[in-house]
Design a protein around this ligand. Structure first.
Ligand code: F6R
Length: 621
């Protein structure tokens, strides 16, 4: 979704802002813009469309100087994508510029008030209303001439305006009357300060600034930061004092670069062996035949007394949650319920005393998932999280959790974070199981099987060319089914999601057994089915389901276990998976499905890393 970058220092700001915005492109956007302070004026350049064809060209033909500025990539919420709705927005005086992520819910009431006072608006956005409101307060504060403790009047004006606002925001503000200062604030939408030498940054996402600094401060909700080239001050609207902690980014600029791969998605698919290794590192306790974690913040007796787990997540992470249900119920015998995060928040789901909520999130910023976490905490339940992005809001607000350590995931379609989540969930299931009835032998079997996964994925990746051929063969299909049973049922859902989001082909994931209850009516010779049919406990039953599709002339692409000869007779194409334990198949089977979706999308000429209408981190509910 939207992205923010701000810079103040001695260098020319425009190239730094533009580069930062390019690093935010992956989040999804429809327009981009910058505002710079130059010789006492605020200068704005903004344009609908991709950065290269829009903003970058504009900056070439109409360059702007200045050592301080803010930039934004917009993903439309209020008002269509257009030049005029792009950020930054100015206040009535034209001296204050604002970029904003999030939604101002009471913007209409505020706008009516400002209209009555004679304000005129150029866009349809809630952000422009916020800019005008800050402008009104700035006039008052500036007039007081620093009577309130000599604080920066821009900071005071931002605080005053935010006290009137209902909604969510990550924002950055500059003002012609306050050269050398950027004010940032957050509530519900991430914002960090990047600390440089003689220069400082603001950003909604560390990727925007990792090329310049690794020292960052993650702002908390209601924090307001005043940033100059050589210092930053943070206050909190709720408590007046803010807790400021400087953290180090764990990844480098290279980690967030595409390298030799055609797309970030492909790069991240290839990074999966390393991602699994990182998820397992230091967590396998072979001696105790268990898994160990540093950050769950629960005693053994507290862990033992869990009698139910609710897993809440969204999208791909929700599919991981379904695998988690199978894993934890089988290995730890704890009842698990999987909830869409957005449903969990708004239905009165009964939670017994010893129920723990577990949320799964790559970004750690998904608004629906964050809301679920907060709802469980509000109700007095412990809320744990499995998260990738270190220092993200979910990571900081959970009572305890486990990092995936998958590194930055830039491709909009989640790949390596999904398999990392599965690896962590497998460890967690073993950990919980060993406190109950899981025999050491079975636990070790699972742990060793997990350790073998990176090599198995590497061997699957060597099949890339044959997968590409199969993908090309089916690239013109307009409808697909993905079917699986047991542990691979959630992977069928995930395979369908990957295909639809990047290739725009209609794809449905189903339980193979459920087809006969209705959806089989859609099968014909033009509707291929990807069948997950590894040699697991469901094999015979899945093969029977497969026969029903074949009998209706549906083309079949099977994911089967190596050595399975029978499948060749009934499937049009076969992709072989290495032999694995049943609970491990979800991780392994995911990889060819990601490559399959990738090659189909590439063959159809789709923008794989930036699929239409999608955003990497969905920070609105
Ligand atoms: C699909 C995808 C999304 C995300 C979902 C939740 O490829 O990436 O469905 O999985 O928006 O995101 P996180 O995991 O960041 O909470």
């Amino acid at each position: 979704m939207c992205g923010i970058i701000g810079f103040v220092g001695k260098k020319s700001a425009a190239p730094i802002l533009l580069e930062g915005l390019r690093r935010l492109e992956y989040r999804g956007y429809d327009s981009a813009g910058v505002a710079l302070l130059d010789e006492g004026s605020v200068l704005i350049r903004k344009k609908k469309g991709k950065i290269d064809e829009g903003l970058a060209r504009l900056l070439k033909s109409e360059p702007v100087a200045g050592n301080l500025g803010i930039g934004h990539t917009r993903w439309a919420t209020h008002g269509v994508p257009s030049d005029k709705n792009s950020h930054p927005h100015l206040d009535q005086s034209g001296k204050i510029a604002v970029v904003h992520n999030g939604v101002i819910e009471n913007y209409d009431a505020l706008k009516q008030r400002l209209l009555k006072a004679g304000h005129t608006f150029k866009s349809d956005t809630d952000t422009e209303v916020l800019a005008h409101l800050i402008g009104v307060h700035y006039e008052k504060r500036h007039g007081q001439n620093g009577k309130n403790g000599g604080e920066n009047p821009l900071t005071q004006a931002v605080c005053d305006a935010l006290r009137e606002v209902i909604g969510t925001y990550g924002l950055a503000v500059i003002c012609a009357g306050q050269p050398g200062t950027i004010v940032g604030a957050r509530r519900g939408s991430p914002l960090i300060i990047g600390i440089g030498t003689g220069e400082n940054f603001l950003a909604s996402d560390a990727n925007a600034i990792v090329a310049h600094t690794k020292k960052v401060v993650y702002l908390s909700d209601y924090d307001v930061a005043t940033v100059t080239s050589d210092r930053f001050d943070v206050l909190n609207l709720g408590t007046d004092t803010a807790t400021v902690q400087i953290s180090n980014l764990e990844f480098s600029q290279e980690d967030a670069a595409r390298g030799r791969h055609a797309h970030f998605m492909l790069k991240e698919i290839y990074e999966q062996p390393r991602a699994i290794e990182n998820a397992l590192r230091g967590r396998v306790d072979a001696e105790g035949a268990t898994a160990k974690f540093g950050g769950l913040n629960m005693s053994v007796s507290e862990m033992r007394s869990i009698d139910r787990i609710v897993i809440a997540a969204s999208g791909t992470s929700w599919h991981a949650a379904l695998v988690g249900e199978y894993l934890i119920e089988e290995l730890a015998q704890i009842p698990v319920e999987v909830e869409f995060a957005h449903e969990f928040c708004y239905r009165n789901c009964p939670l017994e005393k010893n129920t723990v909520l577990l949320v799964l999130s790559q970004s750690g910023e998904t608004a629906d998932t964050l809301a679920a976490l907060r709802e469980a905490k509000r109700r007095g339940h412990r809320a744990l999280a499995i998260v990738n992005v270190v220092g993200s809001t979910i990571a900081r607000e959970s009572d305890g959790g486990i990092y995936m350590h998958a590194g930055p995931e830039i491709g909009v379609a989640s790949t390596k974070a999904f398999v990392s989540t599965l690896a962590v969930l497998s460890l967690l299931a073993v950990h919980l199981g060993r406190m109950r009835n899981l025999p050491a032998r079975r636990a070790l079997e699972i742990l060793h099987a997990l350790e073998a996964v990176p090599k198995q994925i590497e061997s699957l990746l060597t099949q890339n060319n044959s997968l590409k051929k199969i993908a090309k063969k089916y690239a013109k299909a307009e409808d697909f089914f993905f079917l699986g049973r047991g542990y691979t049922f959630p992977i069928a859902l995930e395979g369908a999601l990957k295909l639809k989001e990047i290739s725009y082909i209609h794809a449905e994931g189903y339980s193979a057994a459920e087809m006969k209850h209705g959806p089989i009516a859609l099968i014909d010779k033009n509707t291929p089915t990807v069948f997950l049919v590894p040699q697991d406990s469901m094999y015979d039953k899945t093969m029977a389901n497969l026969a029903m599709i074949r009998a209706r002339q549906g083309p079949i692409i099977a994911l089967a276990t190596e050595g399975d000869q029978a499948i060749k007779k009934v499937a049009n194409d076969v992709i072989y998976l290495p032999k694995a334990l049943e609970p491990i198949y979800p991780i392994i089977a995911t990889v060819p499905l990601q490559l399959f979706a990738y090659h189909i999308a590439a063959a159809r000429g789709c923008d794989v890393d930036k699929p239409r209408n999608l955003a990497k981190s969905v920070t609105v509910e």
